[in-house]
Design a protein around this ligand. Structure first.
Ligand code: FAD
Ligand code: DHB
Length: 390
């Protein structure tokens, strides 16, 4: 089999790139390790930057998002029992975010690929990139016990943090930076009306909490938990008791509780690999960098990688211009590092770190007090939350 571009990973990054390239006549194949149902069973991101929504529309996959997604002009941070609103629209000269689940946008991208007859191979086992330091890279994988091969001009690794692409790059050709946090997020999805009309992040002495939403009847809640906890430790009653403890009184009192329809624990990690290219293998999205979810940067940073790479590949194929490909890693990393900084800062600001001294805790409280006393500090948070320019 032959295609111009071979894409490893059928998550949002791989599907978005595949769709955009197809629309510009660039032939590509996506190899996904899991089934479609498995990919669509993962509940992750909920907050999309304005620029991301524009890319989805460009990919002809934005129709349902525009119908069902919610545009939010602001979000809340609660601390010391008080809720403060960050007015994104006023602080950024009119910018907003879209609340629309990653699961839904992944489904929309799959449907958009189906409409155009996109080539997505599911349950591709043992995918391996080969010869990417030459002009003739290729991919191999097993399908139903048979070894398959795809020859291509470029390989793009969109296979997430645990994928094979980054791990295939020789150790002396890649540098990695990592920070592991001493807690995770326990997330619950429930068919109840959301307690807060806008996303609410809470700093509390018992730990961080987040009230988010997917629609007027679907709520997504998270609490910080120790890494040693498992979901069996958190039956629904215990989860909602703890969540209410960590919220301002009037918010806790308004909480409508219902059975969880999904419950999972995500460890928190900051990670970034440099460069995001080795020969004709390019890395994009979580394959190259991940952030703790505080601040909602992960998927949004993946989208900016895809934006840079898509334009670079179009320039290569339509004009023989390789400047975009040569600049891809530098441009994508410059923006990804800013996402790392903001996610780290939001995580430090809002969580309880088990090893923090009383001094560290007072500094955290002072940081929050400063934030809500300074229009400049608020404007900086808002600018990052709606997404820095590409
Ligand atoms: P992935 O979604 O990881 O997709 C990679 C795909 O590659 C998967 O389908 C996988 O099965 C496949 N794969 C892996 N290995 C192989 C292989 N060897 N061969 C073939 N296929 C392979 N981000 C935001 O911007 N906003 C938010 O609000 C937000 N909230 C989050 C909340 C939580 C709890 C979590 C955990 C994350 C959140 N994120 C958020 C981050 C966001 O979910 C990720 O950044 C996003 O999923 C990255 O997409 P991706 O396509 O690059 O990688
Ligand atoms: C959601 C996740 C986040 O990481 C975040 O910062 C805001 C919302 C969510 O899943 O809805």
């Amino acid at each position: 089999m032959r295609a111009q571009v071979g894409i490893i990973g059928g998550g949002p990054s791989g599907l978005l790139l595949s769709q955009l390239l197809h629309l510009r006549g660039i032939d590509n194949v996506v190899l996904e390790k899991h089934s479609r149902d498995y990919v669509l069973g993962r509940i992750r991101a909920g907050v999309l930057e304005h620029s991301f929504t524009e890319i989805l529309r460009e990919a002809q996959a934005g129709e349902r998002m525009d119908r069902e997604g919610q545009i939010h002009d602001g979000f809340f941070i609660a601390h010391a029992g008080v809720r403060h609103r960050i007015d994104l629209k006023a602080l950024t000269g009119g910018k907003t975010v879209m609340v629309y689940g990653q699961t839904e946008l992944t489904r929309d991208l799959y449907e958009a690929r189906d409409r155009l007859g996109g080539k997505i191979i599911h349950n591709a086992e043992n995918v391996q990139p080969h010869a990417f330091d030459t002009g003739k890279p290729y991919l191999t994988w097993s399908e139903g016990g048979q070894l398959r091969r795809l020859d291509c001009d470029f390989i793009v690794g969109c296979d997430g943090y645990h994928g094979v692409s980054r791990q295939s790059i020789p150790k002396d050709k890649i540098q990695t930076f990592e920070k592991i946090y001493p807690f995770g997020w326990l997330g619950v999805l429930t068919r109840t009306p959301p307690v807060s009309p806008e996303v609410l992040y809470a700093n509390h002495e018992r730990g961080f909490a987040l009230c988010s939403l997917r629609s007027s009847m679907l709520s997504r809640y998270y609490i910080q938990v120790p890494l040693t906890d498992s979901i069996q430790d958190w039956p629904d009653d215990r989860f909602f008791d703890e969540l209410r403890h960590r919220l301002p009184g009037e918010v806790a009192a308004a909480m409508v509780v219902g059975p969880s329809i999904e419950k999972s624990i995500a460890p928190l990690r900051s990670f970034i690999a440099e460069p995001m290219r080795c020969g004709n293998l390019f890395l994009a999205g979580d394959a190259a960098h991940i952030v703790p979810p505080t601040g909602a940067r992960g998927l949004n940073t993946a989208a900016s990688d895809i934006h840079y790479l898509y334009h670079a590949l179009v320039d290569h194929y339509t004009r023989g211009d390789d400047r975009g490909l040569n600049e891809y890693s530098r441009r994508a990393l410059a923006r990804a590092w800013k996402g790392q900084r903001f996610s780290w800062w939001m995580t430090k600001l809002l969580h309880r770190f088990p090893d923090d001294s009383p001094y560290d805790q007072r500094l955290q409280q002072t940081e929050l007090e400063y934030l809500f006393s300074s229009q400049n500090a608020l404007a900086s948070v808002a600018e990052n939350y709606v997404g820095l320019p590409f």
